[in-house]
Design a protein around this ligand. Structure first.
Ligand code: FMN
Length: 491
């Protein structure tokens, strides 16, 4: 069956870890817009849901539809705890991503990504996307395969310049072997390090029919859009132009003077040229502070297909953030005490990261100090070469002596936090330590002004459907841009 595809005006942006979960994305997609799940560390999220007893049976349901039943059984048997683990017991430790991942780690990535997209797509015909970060490279290939097995419609990727991903999607769709070049620091001999993945290893008899999802690059400038058009390994179907007011990680400010260190302030140079974007002639969406019906109309008037939003969805009832955290943030806003800070240091990725500091969050210095430094998940580790072709891994948030022993610079450790553990705690899946549960980290965009128009006060709350009703009120269906020549296969 094929349907005439209309591109969405609203993209509910990918928010990791597990903030844009399947239930949020499903609501958005059912309402005719693009719901996006986060694929970041989703293997851990799904594994931990199983250890909490899979209380709503959703993981079981998804696994029953996974095309490789033996693999699904291995996964279930390894992690499911009937009734859930006792609160005081730790979640099972998992191996960290690396260039020579064992079969079970690869299977976890395929299944975790499959489960989240399967559930977001279940029971409706709307389109669903997945968000990955270019900066996190090692899990990427099995993860892409997992989302394609679930029939994902869009792959959105930022936090880096993922030029090789469009071509990888083309190859995976055909069942071909794929490779991803891994960035390795301190590599003076310029060895090439690649991660290889062969989808046919998993389907020795009949390879399933897969759809090539549309690929949207999340970028901050028109110059990067042109780079994708010229140099990407396959077709880039569109762009999300995200500015520095957006939630999560932001692109660093552009250097004005190449001889000086990177500035810690944004300037006019950091705005994309929308005229240049229009000339490129591919659909684009604007992101960062666009949560109003007027901003949506204005974006369309400027030639955009629509907008991508994060914060307004992150703090709605359907997202993965713990309800008590949402309440605290809303209360702070209505009390006039909410501060959103661009933290240039806290993320081990090296990118600026937007934070709201709450009493119990890891960015509160007292909490951070008590938590200390532990790196046991490793998604944000960077690879470095040692002794020629040997590869080591380090994270600027690990214990300082370990980091320095691995050749890291002590100044790079200043102000760093373990985002992997903290982000899982934000959605209620924090690891249990001797001192208690891991503290969370809270991110959002700068703009919360939508709350004044959507809520009466801190005691009320809103759903993702309310968000869509609010944003699209007054949007003239006739005037919304429509892609006329695109046919999407639905199977
Ligand atoms: C809680 C939260 C987590 C986010 N995580 C990601 C992420 O994992 N990957 C990504 O590309 N963008 C991420 N973003 C950015 C959003 O997808 C979106 O582009 C951005 O928030 C838009 O700006 P707004 O918050 O002003 O609406 C995140 C945003 C928030 C608020």
């Amino acid at each position: 069956m094929s349907i005439l595809a209309k591109l969405p005006e609203i993209i509910q942006g990918g928010m990791g870890v597990g903030v844009s979960n399947w239930s949020l994305a499903s609501v958005v997609s059912r309402n005719g817009q693009l719901g996006v799940v986060s694929g970041t560390a989703i293997d851990v999220v799904v594994v931990r849901r199983l250890q909490l007893g899979d209380f709503d049976g959703s993981v079981r349901r998804a696994l029953d539809s996974f095309p490789l039943p033996d693999m699904a059984k291995r996964f279930w048997d390894a992690f499911f705890i009937p009734g859930g683990k006792p609160e005081s017991k730790r979640f099972k430790p998992l191996s960290m991503p690396n260039l020579r991942m064992k079969k079970d780690a690869i299977e976890r990535l395929i299944i975790g990504n499959f489960v989240e997209v399967f559930l977001a797509k279940e029971g409706h015909d709307g389109v669903v996307g997945v968000n990955f970060l270019e900066k996190i490279q090692l899990p990427t290939l099995p993860s892409l395969f997992g989302v394609m097995l679930a029939g994902v419609d869009y792959v959105l990727m930022g936090a880096g310049i993922p030029l090789s991903i469009p071509g990888i999607l083309d190859e995976l769709q055909k069942g071909e072997k794929v490779e991803l070049r891994i960035n390795v620091d301190e590599n003076p001999e310029r060895h090439t390090f690649t991660h290889r993945f062969d989808p046919k290893e998993f389907f020795t008899s009949r390879f399933p029919k897969l759809k090539r999802p549309k690929f949207l690059a999340i970028i901050s400038s028109d110059i990067l859009a042109k780079t994708f058009v010229r140099r990407a390994t396959g077709y880039t179907d569109g762009f999300v132009i995200e500015n520095h007011t957006a939630g999560g990680h932001n692109a660093p400010p552009r250097k004005i003077d190449r001889t000086k260190p990177a500035p810690r302030e944004y300037s006019r140079k950091d705005s994309a040229d929308l005229g240049a974007m229009r000339e490129i002639g591919r659909p684009f969406w604007l992101a960062g502070g666009f949560a109003s019906p007027e901003a949506l109309k204005d974006a369309i008037a400027q030639g955009a297909q629509g907008i991508q939003l994060g914060t307004i969805f992150a703090y709605c009832n359907d997202s993965g953030i713990l309800p008590e955290t949402k309440k605290e943030v809303l209360q702070m806003y209505f009390d006039g005490k909410l501060k959103v800070k661009t933290d240039f240091d806290c993320s081990p990725t090296g990118f600026p990261f937007k934070v709201i500091t709450l009493k119990n969050s890891v960015t509160n210095p007292e909490v951070g100090k008590k938590r200390g430094r532990i790196c046991d998940m490793g998604y944000l580790r960077t690879a470095y070469a040692s002794e020629g072709k040997k590869v080591g891994y380090r994270c600027a948030s690990e214990p300082i002596d370990q980091y320095v022993n691995k050749g890291g610079k002590v100044e790079d450790t200043v102000g760093k936090h373990c985002l992997c553990n903290a982000l899982l705690a934000t959605i209620g899946l924090g690891q249990v330590r001797d001192e208690g549960v891991e503290p969370p980290i809270i991110t959002s965009g700068d703009d919360f002004s939508f709350l004044d128009r959507m809520l009466d006060g801190p005691a009320s709350s809103y759903s993702a459907t309310d968000v869509l009703d609010y944003l699209t009120a007054g949007l003239d269906a006739e005037s919304a841009p429509v892609e006329l020549d695109s046919i999407v296969e639905v199977f």
